[in-house]
Design a protein around this ligand. Structure first.
Ligand code: 28G
Length: 731
C-alpha cells in the first residue's frame, strides 16, 4: 500500500515537472529575457523568505563563467530529513513538487514571491541541470537534478561544523528559453530593489562570465527610506523623507504596511508599490489607500490652518505633483488582479494603509508646520498650472490643433489611413526633412520636420509645454490628444521614428523627444510605437563597391579584419599573436580610444548640452590611463616592443586596412541625397531601426531626471562614473 502511494506520488511529481516544461510561459510568464532572469528571482526569493523568517542575513548571487547562476544563503538550510508523507527527503520535495515552497502549513505563508510565485521546483524543471548543497546539522549534503528529475540522490559530502545554509546552482534549459545569457544589469536592478525592500539583508552579486568581473553589494539599513532617496537622487528635495509604518489584522492574517515619501522640486510623480516584494505595477488597494489618505490629510490640515480655501478645489493629482512614494505591504494571501496580474486586490488593505498614513501624516504636519506649508504651496501651484493648461487646451482645441482635424502644415502625411501600416518620421532640420520627403514611400511614410528646439518637458509644466510649437505639432500629428484627453486608440502611426543626426545636437534633440514621450506619452513606448532610425555613419567604397557602415565600432571591425590580413602583432618575447587574439586586443584598444574621444567631445560640448564643469573632461585622462595599465597587466608588459605606443599600433593596423578603400563620414542626414537616405535608413527592407522600450521604468526615470534636470553635481558625477559607457548617454 505504502509502496503504491510512493509510486502514485512519483508519477505526480513527474507529471508536475512535465507540465512546467510543456507550458513554461504559464509558470514563469515567458521564455525570453524576462522569464530567463525570473528563474534567478525565484531562487533568490527563497533566501529572502529565510531572511524574513529571521534566519538569514546574507545572500550571494553569482553568474558563473559557464553561464550558470549560483545563489547561496546563510539560512537554516533546506531540511534534508525524510518528509513525513512523501517518503523522500524534504529537500527533494521542495525541489521537485510544484508549489511545495512554503505551503507546508497554512500559518507559515510564503512572504516573498516572484511575480508568479511558483517556487524553485519550476526553476529546476526548466534547468538543464541543477545542483543543490545544504549545510545543516554539521554536514554538507548534496543533490543533483536534470530537467526536474533526480540525477544524483541526496548524499553527505563533507562536514561543516556549525555552518548552515543553502546553495543552488543551475543552468537554464536552452531548448526552452530563447535568451542565452544572464545580464548583470537586469539582475542587479532586481537585487537592489530586494535589498531596499528588506532592510538589513546583504545581497552580494558577482558576474564572472566574460572578461572582467563585475561586483556589487547591496545592503540598506534604511530600507525603503533609502529607496526613496535613491529614486530622488538627482532631484532637489522639498521635504525630508517621511516614513510611516504599522500593521493590522486583515481577513487572511496580519497585514504589514510601510510607506516612505518625499516631495521634490519636479513636476512628475513616482509611486512604486509592492506587495510581498512583488512590484505591483498596476497598483491596487494599497495604492488607493495611500492616495485617499494623502488627499484627506492635506485637505484637512490645509483647511484647519487656513492654507487652503474652498475655491482652490485641489485634486489628488495636484497633491501628488513632485511626490516620490514607496509603499510596501506584506499580505498573507495576496490576490493579484489586472492584465498583468500586478494589481493588488485584497480589499481590506486599502483601509489599513489609509488609516496608517492619515494618522501619521497628520502628526507629521502638526509637528513640522514649515514643511506642511511648503508642500501645500506646491500643491496650490500645481492646481493653478492645471487650470492654466486647461485654458490653453481649450484655446488650442478651438483652433483645431488637438483633434487632428487640421493637421499641421509642416506635416507631409502619407496616403494610407491604417495606422498599423504607417510610419511617422520626426526629422531634424529642413534639409534632411527635404531629402526624407523626396525619398520616402508616400503611401506609408509621413515626414514631420522639426525646426525649432523641442522644449525640455522635465522643466516645464503642461501650460508652458502647450505653448511650444514643436510640441503642439507633434501632438496633432500623432493624433492621440494629450493629458486628460489622451486616447491611444486614435494613434495615427504605429511607428514613430526619431531620425536625427549622429552628432551632439542630434543626440540632444533625440533625448528631448524621448523625454517628452517617456513623461507625457508613455503608452506609445509601452506599446512599442517609438523607434530610433539608424542612419549609417560611413560610406565605404572598395573597388567601386559601395557599402554603408553603421557605427564606429563596425568600421573599426572592418578595418582591423582587412588590416590584420597580412600584418603581425608580436608580444614582448617576439612571438606572433594568433590573428583572433590580435584582433581582440586591437578591438579593446579601439574601444578605449573611442571612449577617450567621446569624453573629449563631451568635454567640449559640456557647457552647452550638459553644463557639467571641466572636471568631467578632466576625468577622461585618468580613466584612460587606468585602462591602459590594466591592459599591460593583461600580458603586454611595459618591456614589450610597442610599449607605451599602443595607439600607434592601432593606427598602423587600421591604416593598413584602409588601403584601397575610400571612406566618407556623413556629418548629418542632410549630406545624403534622397535615394541614399531612403535606401540606408528608411527602406523597410534594408534599414536598421531600434525599438525604444522601457525595460526598467525606474532606471529610465532616474536617468531622465539626471540628464534633463537642473542639478549639475550629480550629472557631473554620473559622467565620471559612467565615462566608459558614455556613448550610451545618447540612448
Ligand atoms: C540558495 C538558494 C535559495 C532556503 C530554507 C530553509 C527551510 C526551508 C528553505 O524549509 C519548508 C518548512 C518546515 C519542513 C525551514 C529550514 C524550517 C526549518 C527551513 C533557499 C519543510 C522548507 N529549517 N532555506 N526551506 N519546510 N533557501 N535558498 O532555497 O517544514 S529554502
Amino acid at each position: 500500500m505504502a509502496e503504491n502511494n510512493y509510486n502514485a506520488e512519483n508519477i505526480q511529481v513527474l507529471e508536475g515537472m512535465e507540465a512546467v516544461r510543456k507550458r513554461p510561459a504559464m509558470y514563469i510568464g515567458d521564455t525570453g529575457e524576462r522569464g530567463y532572469h525570473h528563474l534567478v528571482y525565484e531562487v533568490v526569493d527563497n533566501s529572502i523568505d529565510e531572511a524574513l523568517a529571521g534566519y538569514c542575513t546574507s545572500v550571494e548571487v553569482f553568474i558563473n563563467p559557464d553561464g550558470s547562476v549560483t545563489v547561496q544563503d546563510d539560512g537554516r538550510g533546506i531540511p534534508v530529513d525524510m518528509h513525513p508523507t512523501q517518503r523522500r527527503p524534504a529537500i527533494e520535495v521542495v525541489l521537485t513538487v510544484l508549489h511545495a515552497g512554503g505551503k507546508f502549513d497554512g500559518s507559515n505563508y510564503k512572504v516573498s514571491g516572484g511575480l508568479h510565485g511558483v517556487g524553485v521546483s519550476c526553476v529546476n524543471a526548466l534547468s538543464e541541470w541543477m545542483k543543490v548543497e545544504v549545510r545543516r546539522g554539521g554536514k554538507v549534503h548534496r543533490m543533483e537534478f536534470s530537467r526536474g528529475q533526480v540525477t544524483k540522490p541526496l548524499e553527505v559530502v563533507g562536514e561543516c561544523g556549525g555552518e548552515t545554509g543553502t546553495k543552488v546552482t543551475f543552468f537554464p534549459d536552452h531548448t526552452i528559453f530563447s535568451c542565452r545569457a544572464f545580464k548583470a544589469e537586469i539582475l542587479c536592478s532586481r537585487l537592489r530593489e530586494l535589498a531596499f525592500l528588506n532592510k538589513g539583508v546583504t545581497i552580494h552579486f558577482r558576474d564572472d562570465e566574460g572578461d572582467g568581473s563585475i561586483e556589487e553589494t547591496f545592503r540598506y539599513d534604511g530600507g525603503i527610506d533609502e529607496f526613496v532617496g535613491y529614486l530622488n537622487e538627482n532631484k532637489k528635495p522639498l521635504s525630508p523623507v517621511m516614513h510611516f509604518e504599522g500593521s493590522k489584522e486583515g481577513v487572511t492574517g496580519m497585514v504589514q504596511a510601510e510607506i516612505s515619501m518625499q516631495y521634490v522640486d519636479s513636476y512628475s510623480t513616482i509611486e512604486q508599490t509592492y506587495c510581498n516584494n512583488i512590484h505591483t505595477i498596476e497598483g491596487g488597494t494599497h495604492l488607493s489607500g495611500f492616495r485617499r489618505a494623502l488627499t484627506t490629510t492635506i485637505n484637512k490640515y490645509g483647511a484647519d490652518n487656513k492654507l487652503i480655501k474652498e475655491k482652490d478645489s485641489l485634486t489628488g493629482d495636484d497633491m501628488r505633483e513632485g511626490l516620490t512614494v514607496v509603499v510596501s505591504v506584506k499580505v498573507p494571501q495576496p490576490q493579484f488582479e489586472g492584465q498583468t496580474k500586478t494589481k493588488l486586490g485584497n480589499g481590506e488593505v486599502e483601509g489599513i494603509v489609509s488609516s496608517i498614513v492619515s494618522e501619521r501624516l497628520m502628526t507629521f504636519f502638526e509637528e513640522n508646520p514649515a514643511i506642511a506649508k511648503t508642500v501645500i504651496e506646491k500643491t496650490l501651484l500645481a492646481a493653478r498650472a492645471r487650470e492654466a493648461a486647461r485654458a490653453a487646451r481649450e484655446s488650442t482645441r478651438r483652433k483645431g490643433v488637438m483633434d487632428g482635424l487640421s493637421l499641421p502644415g509642416k506635416l507631409r502625411d502619407c496616403s494610407e489611413r491604417d495606422p498599423a501600416k504607417t510610419e511617422l518620421y520626426l526629422v531634424e532640420g529642413d534639409s534632411a526633412g527635404g531629402s526624407a520627403c523626396k525619398g520616402r514611400d508616400r503611401a506609408t511614410q509621413a515626414i514631420l520636420p522639426l525646426r525649432g528646439k523641442v522644449i525640455n518637458v522635465e522643466k516645464a509644466r503642461i501650460d508652458r509645454m502647450l505653448a511650444n510649437n514643436e510640441i503642439r505639432t507633434l501632438i496633432t500629428a500623432i493624433g492621440c490628444g494629450f493629458a486628460d484627453e489622451w486616447d491611444i486608440s486614435k494613434v495615427r502611426y504605429h511607428k514613430i521614428v526619431i531620425m536625427t543626426d549622429a552628432d551632439v545636437d542630434g543626440a540632444h534633440i533625440r533625448t528631448l523627444l524621448l523625454t517628452f514621450f517617456f513623461r507625457k506619452m508613455p503608452e506609445l513606448i509601452e506599446k512599442g510605437y517609438v523607434y530610433l532610425a539608424q542612419p549609417p555613419l560611413y560610406k565605404v567604397e572598395r573597388r567601386k563597391k559601395v557599402e554603408y557602415v553603421l557605427t564606429d565600432a563596425d568600421l573599426t571591425e572592418k578595418l582591423l579584419t582587412l588590416g590584420l590580413d597580412d600584418f603581425e602583432v608580436k608580444d614582448g618575447a617576439g612571438a606572433a599573436l594568433e590573428p583572433e587574439r590580435a584582433k581582440l586586443f586591437l578591438k579593446l584598444l579601439a574601444e578605449i580610444e573611442a571612449t577617450a574621444k567621446a569624453l573629449e567631445e563631451r568635454g567640449a560640448d559640456a557647457k552647452e548640452l550638459l553644463s557639467a564643469d571641466a572636471a568631467a573632461a578632466g576625468a577622461s585622462a585618468s580613466l584612460v590611463k587606468k585602462q591602459f595599465s590594466s591592459l599591460s597587466g593583461y600580458g603586454y608588459g611595459p618591456e614589450s616592443w610597442f610599449s607605451g605606443d599602443l595607439p600607434k599600433l592601432l593606427d598602423r593596423v587600421r591604416e593598413h586596412g584602409r588601403q584601397g578603400l575610400s571612406i566618407m563620414r556623413f556629418k548629418g542626414l542632410g549630406e545624403m541625397d534622397a535615394p541614399e537616405l531612403y535606401d540606408t535608413t528608411m527602406n523597410p527592407e534594408k534599414r536598421h531601426m531600434l525599438k525604444v522600450g522601457i525595460s526598467d521604468a525606474m532606471e529610465a526615470d532616474r536617468m531622465f531626471s539626471l540628464l534633463m534636470g537642473d542639478e549639475v553635481e550629480p550629472r557631473r558625477k554620473f559622467i565620471e562614473d559612467n565615462a566608459l559607457s558614455v556613448r550610451n548617454l545618447d540612448f
